[in-house]
Write a protein that binds this ligand. Structure first.
Ligand SMILES: [Mn+2]
Length: 304
């Protein structure tokens, strides 16, 4: 049976520190995401774009920038993702900035609670996204989604999915991390988040990293991948607002995606932080589509 996939665009940059990721969904469409997935045997519906408030571009208030707008967008994302899961479809959220992971993952967690499923979240990112208003330097909410999901953040975001906290830290595996603020680092350790940073990947290799990140999945596990495009080395993915040198190479990223595909458990996906305003001839969107193809089972080698 073909995998039923729903594309959901969330064209906003209200949680980001640079404008432009609001154009991400369209760039992924232009790079051929739908036909690529169809070519792999998926049955794809493009639900179009969600709508929400514009970016007011204001300084932080009580430690947060654009909190009302971020709540509005995340509520829309939550409902859309939850709706697709209820219909037995695999939602692919096209961001948009990474604050939208709150809406998406709170919906996935709600679905898992109702269905009695275990949840494993792979957070592919250069950043831990575990800031709070007390430790964030910027107030940009795209640096806080994992903390919010774990119950630490502004009330309306923490409560978004109706269950507080939305997830437990032990459901999360962070991969590719290489830029963490000082206070954030302490908080990540305190909360016991499992982090495979670039030092770990350098020393142990992507294969070993993914074996651990994917360990102990079973047929009752829902696997969610939250893919921040800044996970990738800027050499192959210049089109992001927060590039950090020293990320996974093209081949390492492919192996990461292929091993996730091999697990057979992928059930929902976020593709976040793609910024066409900073890209070069849409190459970052094309790399992202390439990697998503591997995530859905395309193998570059002759395998069966
Ligand atoms: Mn991120």
């Amino acid at each position: 049976m073909p995998i039923p996939v729903s594309l959901i665009g969330a064209p906003t940059d209200v949680g980001a520190g640079a404008r432009g990721v609001s154009m991400g969904p369209e760039a992924l469409r232009v790079a051929g995401l739908q036909p690529t997935l169809e070519g792999l045997g998926c049955e794809v519906i493009d639900r179009g774009n969600l709508s929400g408030p514009p970016n007011p571009w204001q300084p932080p208030v009580d430690g947060y920038r654009h909190l009302d707008e971020v709540v509005a967008w995340n509520s829309a994302v939550h409902e859309a993702v939850y709706g697709e899961l209820q219909q037995g479809r695999l939602p692919v959220l096209l961001g948009g900035d990474h604050c939208l992971g709150i809406g998406s993952i709170s919906a996935v967690a709600r679905h898992c609670r109702e269905q009695g499923k275990k949840l494993r979240i792979l957070w592919l990112d250069a950043h831990a996204d575990f800031n709070t208003s007390l430790i964030t330097p910027s107030g940009n909410l795209h640096g806080m989604p994992v903390a919010c999901l774990c119950g630490h953040g502004p009330e309306p975001l923490v409560r978004l999915g109706g269950h507080v906290p939305a997830i437990q830290p032990n459901m999360v595996r962070q991969i590719g991390i290489r830029s963490v603020d000082e206070g954030e680092k302490r908080f990540v350790h305190e909360m016991g988040l499992e982090v495979f940073d670039m030092r770990y990947i350098d020393e142990m290799g992507m294969r070993h990293t993914m074996e651990l990140a994917l360990a102990m999945l079973d047929e009752r596990t829902h696997l969610h991948v939250s893919f921040d495009v800044d996970f990738l080395d800027p050499e192959i993915a210049p089109g992001v607002g927060t590039t950090v040198r020293g990320g996974p190479t093209y081949r390492e990223a492919q192996l990461c995606m292929e091993m996730i595909a091999d697990s057979g458990r992928l059930a929902s996906l976020d593709v976040m932080e793609l910024n066409p305003a900073l890209d070069v001839r849409n190459q970052t969107a094309e790399v992202a589509v390439d990697l998503i193809a591997s995530l859905f089972g395309k193998s570059t080698l002759m395998r069966r």
